[in-house]
Each structure stands twice: as C-alpha cells, then as structure tokens.
Design a protein around this ligand. Structure first.
Ligand code: GAR
Length: 195
C-alpha cells in the first residue's frame, strides 16, 4: 500500500482523522507524523496511534527556510513516503521543496478556495459578508494554497457566527473531507469530491 507522511504544526485533529481512516482495505497507510514544533499536541496523539514521529524545529534555522526544508526533506526521505499530507502544517514551503513532492502532496485549507488563501480565513469570510464557507483539499504546488482542488465541503454562515463558531462547525467536515480525498487520491482517482 502507499506510504503516507503527515506534516502537522498543532493539535493534529486532521492527522488523527487521516490516520484512523487508513484501516482495512485502504490503499494507504501512515508511516510518519512530522511537526515543525516539537511541542505540537499532535505528536503525542500520533505516538498513541502507534505511528512514528519526528520533529524538525524551524526555530533551529532562523532566516534560513532552505536549511529547514533540507532537514525536513531528509527526515521525510527516511520514511520513503509516496504521499505527503499537510494537515494544519503552518509553515510556508518554497518551490525548492514543493517541486520534490509535485503530484504527491496534499493540503487542507479552511476556505472555499480560491477564496481566502493564507491566514484568518474564517474572519475574512465573515468580513466579506459571505453566506457560505467551507474547506478545500488541494494538491500542493509552488504557489501558496493554490494547485488543483480535489475536494470541498461547505457550511452555511448563520447570523451571529464568529470565527470560532465557524471553525468549530467546519472542523468535523474537514475530518470527513480529507480522508475521503486521500482514499481516492491513493487509488489514483482525482475525481473532485463535494459535500
Ligand atoms: C485546520 O482547521 C486546518 O484546515 C487549518 O489548521 C487547522 C489545523 O487543525 N490549516 C491551515 O490553516 C493551513 N494554512 P488540526 O491541527 O486540529 O488538524
């Protein structure tokens, strides 16, 4: 089966959803969870799931993104991943890195791309007066939060919503969407998934 590396920066709830989905006849399996923050809560969750973990602390490479990415790449190489999933990974990756994983790296982003690339997506959807919001899973290319969208899930924005209420209504959908896209992607099926 395909070997999946998952990159995280925080709590890792999407990583857990991905890992727990890769069971039974699934075409892929998790081989490592890597964080740029050695204290990320998701690392302990990965260990509890029996998955190998590693940390590559970006703060050890101040003002040197390529040195950080070189170590991240070396660490990944040790696990020979077929697919790399960014799951709440909050470092911008340069073209030097993304080119190495072209066509085999996925990201989940909390907006209906191409809307609201970058940060503060929930606040920006509210400020724009949007009546819907959502999350997207896309293939990673050199441009930030760009690349072919493989799946989207939508929620309605209601009166009185805040960035926090949007985030908490969206997260359970992220946990459904990302595993659904990964399963298809690992089976070489890129038909967009929508719900
Ligand atoms: C998720 O909402 C994910 O979509 C978002 O960070 C959260 C991570 O939560 N990702 C980004 O903002 C990427 N720029 P998690 O650590 O519990 O999966």
């Amino acid at each position: 089966s395909k070997r999946v590396a998952i990159l995280i920066s925080g709590g890792g709830s999407n990583m857990v959803a991905l890992a727990q989905s890769m069971v039974g006849d699934h075409p892929a399996r998790p081989v490592v969870v890597i964080s740029n923050d050695p204290n990320a809560g998701g690392l302990a969750k990965a260990r509890d799931l029996g998955i190998a973990t590693a940390a590559v602390d970006h703060r050890d490479y101040p003002n040197d993104r390529s040195a950080f990415e070189e170590v991240l790449h070396k660490t990944l190489e040790g696990y020979q991943p077929d697919i790399v999933c960014l799951a709440g990974f909050m470092r911008i990756l340069t073209e030097g890195f993304t080119a190495r994983y072209e066509g085999r790296m996925l990201n989940i982003h909390p907006s209906l791309l191409p809307k609201y690339k970058g940060l503060h997506t929930h606040a920006r959807a509210l400020e724009a007066g949007d009546n819907e919001h959502g999350c997207s899973v896309h293939e990673v290319t050199a441009a930030l939060d760009d690349g072919p969208v493989l799946g989207q899930a939508r929620i309605a924005i209601e009166e009185g919503d805040t960035p926090e209420t949007l985030a908490s209504r969206l997260l359970p959908l992220e946990h459904k969407l990302y595993p659904a896209v990964l399963r298809s992607f690992a089976a070489n099926d890129k038909t967009p998934i929508r719900f």
